[in-house]
Design a protein around this ligand. Structure first.
Ligand code: C2E
Ligand code: MG
Ligand code: MG
Length: 731
């Protein structure tokens, strides 16, 4: 009995201890009996649920702290053995414990708990007596709200990171410390055609860029091999200016899956919290279009679009380089300045696109005639420059230039026409003729003008005893525009006399330039410059207007009309501008067109006879008079001239000068006069200087004469005086 008592006492003591353990355990625990009455609700349970043991013990409301409406908790189901209903209440959230039989575990969110609800994991297990009868159930709770929210936050941030990378329009990929691809975003897929699924988890990143295995920039960054970076990406790589330890590069990828591309790419290391490199991110940018544009711009800045030759800009750079080389190596350097002869005339008569063809053809011929190492440039209109690098001697240069002229001056086939176009070359040598680009170019240009002036198609070296003519030419070229606008131009008038009556029938307007320092300049000096620069158009307009104003005054003095001749040069002789000018002037002044005679040279007419003839007929139909100037110098026959509507033919002064000395010239003039008369043309002799000439012409029946024998060209007021004194002509 005592033993039993002792045992009972011990058991009681144990039970008391157990109750204490459960009560004070940090694991929230409650127990219900088979009547669902709560018989234990420990401290931890009070804290988690916010419900005190005193409120709940003895009641059957174990559900109350957890749910808004009555329902069984897990322990309730267990004490009744309604295990098959577990799924109804805890669908997807519960499972039998993998370790303890008869134990169930679940996880759920309880929104009614304090502080906005709690995540709990809970287990429930049956309590049995010695006879294995269920006497209740015990349930434990664990508050996992903190872990749960941390996990959710982590998942959110993982998702966001993935979104940032994958959704970014910047193509990029990420490598981990083992060089495996961990990200390969959609933009990256689109850029190089390699899919993320082929890449993620592999070390095949090189395959997207190169035909053979090699590290990509991000690989070198992962390994921290900066010296290797400069080796692998020589000259195209540099440290990023924005991010420390990041690098950037631009290069061409010819073997790209989606076609060859220029890429700008950057790679930066990724660090762990403790500063270790744990990977690298590489971004890519397709800069193909920009590169192409840059290349185009560079091409445009350096090359002439019409010929594909170097332009002035590139020439200047090359020339500067060449001078440095020549200086270092004690070498010669030749600058050749080429200009086509009469190019303006080709442009005017055949049109601009034919002119372009000529420019191109010459560019090709010049390039073909020199070595590849020499520079050929087109610097404006019909001007080319050739740099002969390191020629052996001046003799050698001469040979090259002769060959060049031979090749470029061959006949050209343009628009079904055979053209022969000459060209003039000026040569300046380094170091003799200049030691800088500017002076070499200027002197070669000056030499070219000298070649042009003296001997068409030839070449000239610039030399120290250089003819002042070329320098004058360039000076005048700069001043001519100002001369026109500031009233330095003036017209002189040379009378034309009737051979029969010896009275003045008309006058030819001849242009003069009152140069402020050089005195009176004759047209032969500056008309070619006016033609070359295009100033001949405004100057020609000025001549026609001024001459007509003057002629109207003479008519007032004379009381009768006087014929006025003006010279029209090839460049002026353009279809629209000339006709417009004539119409305008006649409209404004009321001057009778019949009294305005246009003098055209034979060479102008013969250059493009059909087109010229059409325009001449138009001019004629408006009532103007037409004269052929300098007849005899262009080797055309008078019979041929019959096709053209000329009223008058002026025999060139070179034939007149020979009269009385050269019987052949006399025979020619005689024939001209006979034939001209037969064709109904009025014949005029130019440059009559002597009585002998005058006598010859009178005897042969010439109609009119013009020359110093009667009068030199006179300024307007002197000419007016002469008119007033009409009849006082020499006999
Ligand atoms: P051109 O039309 O044949 O003019 C005749 C030239 O012969 C004039 O030279 C005149 O001064 C010169 N002359 C006249 N009589 C004699 C003489 O007895 N002996 C000699 N040795 N010469 C004589 P200038 O004035 O120097 O003009 C030269 C050329 O310039 C003209 O030749 C003409 O082609 C051109 N020219 C003159 N004025 C103009 C103009 O306003 N416009 C254009 N486009 N050309 C012009
Ligand atoms: Mg004339
Ligand atoms: Mg003449």
């Amino acid at each position: 009995m005592k033993k039993i008592d002792k045992h009972a006492a011990l058991t009681e003591q144990h039970n008391g201890m157990l109750a204490q353990i459960v009560k004070n355990s940090p694991v929230a625990t409650f127990v219900i009996d088979t009547q669902h009455r709560v018989i234990l609700w420990n401290r931890a349970c009070e804290i988690i649920t916010g419900v005190a043991a005193s409120q709940i013990i003895g009641s059957t409301g174990a559900w109350q702290p957890f749910y808004p409406q009555e329902r069984p908790v897990m322990a309730d189901l267990i004490v009744e053995g309604r295990l098959n209903e577990m799924a109804n209440y805890y669908a997807g959230k519960y499972r039998p414990s993998p370790t303890l039989q008869g134990t169930w575990e679940a996880e759920d969110f309880f929104p009614h708990f304090p502080d906005g609800g709690k995540w709990l994991t809970f287990t429930a297990t049956e309590l049995k007596d010695e006879k294995n009868r269920i006497i209740g159930a015990i349930e434990t709770l664990r508050d996992v709200t903190v872990e749960k929210t941390a996990e959710a936050a982590w998942r959110d941030s993982q998702h966001l990171l993935h979104e940032i990378i994958d959704g970014s329009p910047v193509p990029m990929f990420v490598l981990n410390a083992q060089h495996q691809v961990t990200y390969w975003n959609r933009a990256c897929e689109a850029l190089n055609g390699t899919m993320a699924k082929e890449m993620i988890g592999t070390r095949l990143q090189w395959k997207a860029f190169y035909p053979n295995e090699r590290p990509v920039l991000a690989d070198l960054i992962v390994d921290g091999k900066t010296e290797e970076i400069s080796k692998q990406y020589q000259n195209i790589c540099r440290p990023s200016l924005l991010i420390e330890n990041a690098w950037e590069a631009t290069t061409y990828f010819p073997d790209f899956q989606s076609g060859p591309k220029w890429l700008y790419f950057t790679a930066a290391p990724l660090h762990s919290l403790d500063g270790q490199i744990v990977g690298a991110v590489e971004t890519l940018q397709d800069v193909t279009a920009q590169k192409k544009y840059e290349q185009q711009l560079e091409y445009k800045a350096n090359y002439d679009t019409l010929t594909g030759l170097a332009n002035r800009n590139l020439l200047n750079n090359r020339l500067r380089q060449a001078i440095i080389q020549a200086q270092r190596g004690n070498l010669l350097l030749a600058v050749l300045f080429l200009d086509l002869d009469n190019f303006k005339q080709i442009n005017d008569t055949l049109g601009h696109s034919a002119g372009d063809e000529v420019i191109q053809a010459f560019g090709q011929r010049i390039s073909g005639a020199v070595r590849d190492v020499d520079t050929v440039a087109r610097i404006s209109g019909d001007e080319y420059v050739v740099l002969l690098h390191a020629p052996q001697s001046v003799g050698h240069i001469t040979t090259v230039v002769r060959r060049l002229l031979d090749q470029v001056e061959a006949k050209l086939q343009i628009r079904g026409r055979e053209l022969y176009i000459g060209c003039s070359v000026g040569i300046a040598l380094y170091p003799k003729d200049g030691d800088n680009p500017e002076s070499l170019m200027m002197n070669a240009d000056a030499a070219m003008y000298r070649a042009k002036a003296s001997d068409k198609g030839g070449f000239r070296y610039y030399s120290d005893d250089f003819n002042k003519g070329a320098i004058l030419w360039m000076e005048l070229k700069q001043q001519l525009h100002y001369a026109l606008t500031s009233g330095q131009l003036e017209l002189y008038y040379q009378p034309q006399y009737s051979v029969q009556t010896k009275r003045i029938t008309g006058a030819e307007a001849l242009l003069r330039w009152n140069h402020p320092s050089k005195g009176l300049l004759l047209p032969d000096v500056f008309i070619p410059i006016a033609e070359e620069t295009g100033l001949i158009i405004p100057i020609g307009n000025w001549v026609v207007r001024t001459a007509i104003t003057e002629a109207q005054q003479w008519q007032e003095v004379l009381g009768s009309a006087l014929r006025l001749s003006v010279n029209i040069s090839a460049r002026q002789f353009r279809y629209k501008s000339l006709l417009e000018l004539l119409d305008r002037v006649v409209d404004h002044t009321g001057f009778a067109p019949l009294n305005l005679e246009l003098e055209l040279t034979e060479s102008l007419v013969m250059n493009n006879p059909d087109k010229v003839n059409a325009l001449l007929k138009k001019i004629k139909s408006k009532g103007f008079s037409l004269a052929m100037d300098d007849f005899g110098t262009g080797y055309s026959s008078l019979a041929y001239l019959r096709r053209f509507p000329f009223d008058m033919v002026k025999i060139d002064q070179s034939f007149i000068a020979d009269l009385g000395q050269n019987t052949e010239a006399e025979a020619i003039v005689r024939a001209m006069l006979t034939l001209g008369k037969a064709l109904g043309l009025r014949m005029v002799a130019e440059g009559v200087e002597t009585e002998a000439q005058w006598n010859f012409l009178r005897a042969e029946g010439c109609d009119e004469i013009q020359g110093f024998w009667f009068s030199r060209p006179l300024c307007a007021s002197d000419f007016m005086e002469l008119l007033k004194a009409q009849g006082q002509v020499k006999t």
